[in-house]
Ligand binder design. Sequence first.
Ligand SMILES: NC(=O)c1ccc[n+]([C@@H]2O[C@H](COP(=O)([O-])OP(=O)(O)OC[C@H]3O[C@@H](n4cnc5c(N)ncnc54)[C@H](OP(=O)(O)O)[C@@H]3O)[C@@H](O)[C@H]2O)c1
Length: 426
Amino acid sequence: MIGCGVVGTGVFRVLAEHGELIETRLGAPLEIVRVAVRDPSRVRGELVPREKLTTDVDAILEDPEIDVVVELVGGVERPFEWLKKAMERGKHVVTANKAVMAVRGEELIAIAEARGVDLIYEGAVAGGVPILRVIREAFASDKIVELRGIVNGTSNYILTRMSEAKLSFQEALAEAQAKGYAEADPSLDVNGGDACHKLTLLARLAFGAKIRPEDIPTEGIDIVDARDMELARRFGYVVKPLAVASIRTGALDARVHPALVPARSDLAAIHGATNAVHVEGALVGPTMFSGAGAGAEPTAVSVVADIIDVARNILADSAGRVAPGCVLGVAIREFPRLPPEELSLPYYIRLSVDDDAGVLAEVASALGQNRVSIEAVVQTVQEAERSATVVLLTHEARETDVRAALALIAELPALREPPVVLRIVR
Ligand SMILES: NC(=O)c1ccc[n+]([C@@H]2O[C@H](COP(=O)([O-])OP(=O)(O)OC[C@H]3O[C@@H](n4cnc5c(N)ncnc54)[C@H](OP(=O)(O)O)[C@@H]3O)[C@@H](O)[C@H]2O)c1
């Protein structure tokens, strides 16, 4: 094992608590031979034997007795080199690292195939929710047309607390950090980067699409204000951090952004740090999978399940099929992308404007000129400031038309703050 922090110590706990059960199921025991860490003097609890710790990663990668290397460090370049080196030495690899699989996954898959070893990474997406296995195995006979998920627990926790406890974004973030959900540097959670990595893995597996994180338009939840949570509720919606990938139109549409979802929808009921992925198959229809998206034990359950898969393959002499963790590299192909101008959705627009006659008509005109029609409007007046908050829900409109209308609205002298625009996903 390389890395023994939150997830790594969880792996020791799973083996301590379920080692016998696993041995019964597998027909062989699993043994952690050696563990590379940065600082062996750090306290890791009684489950992690000190004599197994080393700072020498090569002592693992070069040991011919070790069959499986489990990477639980994080980051991209170093883990890539470790995983590559392990596979080149004929070792099977397991990782919970979404970043390395999103950024350099295609290369790693190619190496695994060339070397005939297993590469599995269930823990990398949605922690304890076995979504990659579901896509790979349960949907093997169907065609997935759309994935829609809440795959970052920190941002879902923050939006949930803003909505339910009326906290500001900063207060909710501070609470998420105090509870250990958010990292000390929460930027990848809050700016959508973490969800983007996970969506890269989901879309690659579900559609066999060649896709990189930079191909996925990504917006963080930091654009959402407590006012939007309240206003969305008035229209029967809640704001959720979504990752969406769809091939419904024949082209791949993948994006990460906060969105209004109907208050009665299945994703609206996913609260706090829970993750959920809604998968729609052409023949099976809509399905949903949810559970703990992070944390030591849930993630370690996924990691140890991956190790068991590899061990089963080794015992059956069928390792190296690659399929346990990914589509075959040869099946990953370029997929036509939905051009941004063809994306068509309903939108939520919040404007802060001077409370003067004719302003609403100017806003309506800017939208109308760009073929954006309005489904509902609510205006509230702040007398003391002589301002008004105008919230508009549009009918389905092309995103490029909405942006063009907003460019006109941005030039109105009556506008007090930049407009807030959120997509509505029904
Ligand atoms: N935490 C979660 O809930 C969760 C959920 C899903 C996936 N993951 C993924 O799992 C991976 C591990 O996450 P984590 O939360 O367990 O991280 P973590 O608590 O920060 O642990 C990282 C571990 O890596 C070790 N390490 C760092 N640099 C090293 C180096 N150069 N050589 C050897 N060891 C090194 C650290 O050693 P020291 O202990 O000596 O500092 C530590 O044990 C990441 O890819 C993460 O994205 C985490």
